[in-house]
Ligand binder design. Structure first.
Ligand code: C5P
Length: 299
């Protein structure tokens, strides 16, 4: 039996994020298009004594993250062990962070997805994709997509996924913000300032993805949470403007923000955008990535 497993997991950007009304539990009905991008975290999981679940972080923002049950990664490992009634397992996990923390790119959800895949292999559970999907959906709305990867439409809370046919590679530049935003706070601000929106995905976006037309995709990017994120962090409006003036094919707040995503026509173009954005004082750092890429995978 293996006693150590490494898993790589991508971040996500929402090419469309339409936000409708709320259900009985206060969750919003979503119509979204996720794309998995090459900015990713890596989880190393090593066997530990039965009942021991340990977590530590390396990399950016690592010092500020909880390492107890307050972290979705620990909850993912425990949920998997409980689901398979395995009281004889334990795990020690080290997560190397590259995905910005509290950035709207699903970093916490990505780590949870990676832990499900890692512990499934480490403990030799033989879970099916569908079992992992259901456990992922119980952990959070973005977790199932990070298992799947690629490009997919998400409906309901965001967990009902349908893969989208796409052509080509999309080049992204991401502008990271100095402070994070809490997802529940952004949804709350959306409820305060906006009425629920229709949750349809723009047809031009799906058509652009199908034929690999980055200009068409860029023009069709839409995020109903953008106004709420900007209301909480007004600097984001400037960040988006700088990217557009530097020639981005499209500019959008990623998910609930505050990371801003800029679509470029090529890798070189993404580097130019990064240079223009990097000098703005409202931007903490810039990152480049491409998509779509695979979901959480054992290395
Ligand atoms: O599912 P997850 O735990 O990632 O969601 C975080 C928060 O985002 C929820 O507590 C809720 O406030 C908000 N949310 C929502 N509707 C969704 C998904 C998330 O209101 N479909």
């Amino acid at each position: 039996m293996t006693n150590s497993v490494r898993v790589r997991v991508p971040a996500k950007v929402n090419l469309a994020l339409r936000v409708g009304g709320t259900d009985e539990q206060g969750f919003h009905e979503l119509g979204t298009v996720f794309q998995a991008v090459s900015l990713g975290d890596e989880v190393r999981a090593t066997t530990a004594l039965p009942g021991q679940f340990r977590l530590s972080f390396l990399g950016e923002g690592a010092a500020f993250l909880p390492t107890d049950d307050g972290n979705l990664a620990i909850r993912a490992a425990k949920l998997l062990a409980r689901h398979f009634e395995r009281t004889d397992v334990g795990v020690s996990m080290v997560i190397r962070k590259r995905i910005p923390v509290a950035g709207g790119m699903a970093g916490g959800s990505a780590d949870a997805a990676a832990v499900l895949v890692a512990c499934n292999a480490l403990w030799d559970l033989g879970a099916t994709r569908s079992q992992l999907h259901d456990l992922a959906a119980a952990l959070g709305s973005d977790v199932p997509f990070l298992l799947m990867g690629g490009t997919a439409i998400g409906t309901g809370r965001g967990v009902d996924l349908t893969p989208v046919l796409t052509d080509g590679t999309y080049h992204w530049t991401f502008a990271l913000s100095h402070a994070g935003l809490s997802t529940p706070a952004v949804f709350k601000e959306f409820d305060r300032i906006s009425a629920p929106r229709p949750t349809e995905i723009p047809a031009e976006l799906l058509e652009g993805l199908r034929v690999g037309d980055a200009h068409k995709v860029g023009a069709a990017l839409i995020n109903d949470l953008e106004e709420a994120a900007i209301s909480l962090q007004p600097t984001l409006a400037h960040t988006l403007k700088i990217g557009l003036e530097a020639g981005a094919l499209g500019a959008i707040v990623s998910g609930s923000g505050p990371t801003c995503a800029f679509l470029a026509g090529s890798d070189g173009h993404a580097a130019e955008l990064a240079e223009a954005l990097g000098v703005f004082s409202g931007v903490r750092a810039v990152r480049r990535a491409h998509g779509p890429v695979a979901g959480a995978q054992v290395l």
